[in-house]
Design a protein around this ligand. Structure first.
Ligand SMILES: [Zn+2]
Length: 320
């Protein structure tokens, strides 16, 4: 009798213990939202301070609603209008800081490191500190984070090492990306629809953007588990553009509905893989997710990467 009562309890306890041991972080669902190309970026839409104010206000309203602390990565060159730093654009960055967000350096002019020597590219990093360091200093904050333009870290080992050593010497912390995506492609199409005052097309693009990002999240969640054995503290890349201004609320709701909570970059980087996992991914076109850099370094090839969600064809057509 005693044996019959004891066995199910013991079995259940063992299952719980084994499950906790094997899958300690498998179920963790946390994400850091990052926003690049601040103060704002447009391609097919009017580039003036009204657009900048609209984008800034809408993004920050969505972040406040969902209690999100983002990292915003700044191109200080975008602060300059008619050869001087534009006071409104500086104000936008102050709005970010006053809302509790973190700001990082994303270089002055967002150049393509794959087309430059390190000796040229390094000046774009130093120029990226223009204004930004002062804006932070006025609030007793220090410039700490660096986000690579296009996520390019260097297309040869020498260039990658030179860049990393330089960033280390300046005291920067790298802000990686795990959930890479093509939000900017949707954005270019969305801006075209807005400029043409085609509301129904803009709505269709916005809706498809959220579906796409939902698929992208599922994909990188599965990739993380396949590569690392657990779901990493994810870091999402987005941009300070009209599309994300209008759809950030929907995007955050999508993450929230899937059980995700939002963390800062500082909290995300506590995941041990960001310091321990090896990245020796060179000589490849395109900036890619850090998850795939690690996978590549581990020797994963070919089919391992298949299934990454694609931008719908009509959107590619629209931006031609
Ligand atoms: Zn960028």
């Amino acid at each position: 009798m005693r044996r019959i009562l004891f066995t199910p309890f013991l079995t259940l306890s063992l299952i719980v213990i084994i499950t906790l041991k094997i899958y300690p972080q498998n179920s963790q669902k946390v994400v850091c939202i990052t926003v690049d190309d601040l103060p704002f970026v447009t391609k097919n839409y009017i580039n003036n301070d009204n657009t900048g104010k609209y984008i800034t206000d809408k993004l920050l309203t969505a972040f406040r609603k969902y209690k999100v602390v983002t990292l915003g990565s700044v191109n200080s060159g975008k602060l300059i209008v008619n050869d001087i730093a534009d006071s409104n654009r500086i104000k936008f960055l102050n709005q970010w800081l006053d809302s509790g967000m973190t700001l990082g350096n994303h270089t002055f002019a967002h150049k393509n490191y794959n087309n430059l020597f390190f000796s040229e590219f390094k000046y774009d990093i130093l120029d990226g500190e223009l204004y930004l360091k002062d804006i932070l200093a006025q609030k007793n904050l220090k410039l700490k984070y660096f986000r690579h333009p296009h996520l390019y870290r260097g297309d040869t080992r020498e260039k990658a090492d030179s860049l990393q050593h330089f960033l280390d010497s300046l005291g920067y912390i790298i802000a990686p990306v795990t959930i890479d995506n093509s939000d900017y492609v949707f954005s270019w199409a969305y801006e075209k629809a807005l400029s043409a005052e085609n509301d129904s097309l803009a709505k269709r693009i916005g809706g498809d953007y959220i579906s796409y990002m939902s698929d992208v999240l599922d994909y990188y969640e599965n990739q993380s588990i396949a590569i690392l054995g657990y779901n990493i503290k994810q870091i999402l890349l987005t941009h300070a553009d009209m599309l994300n201004a209008d759809y950030m609320d929907n995007l955050l709701k999508m993450f929230s509905d899937k059980g995700y909570s939002f963390i800062s970059i500082e909290e995300a980087l506590k995941d041990k893989c960001y310091t321990e996992c090896k990245d020796e991914f060179y000589k490849k076109p395109g900036g890619i997710s850090w998850l795939h850099r690690w996978a590549y370094t581990m020797g994963k090839r070919g089919d391992f990467y298949k299934g990454e969600p694609e931008v719908p064809e009509y959107i590619n057509e629209l931006i031609k």
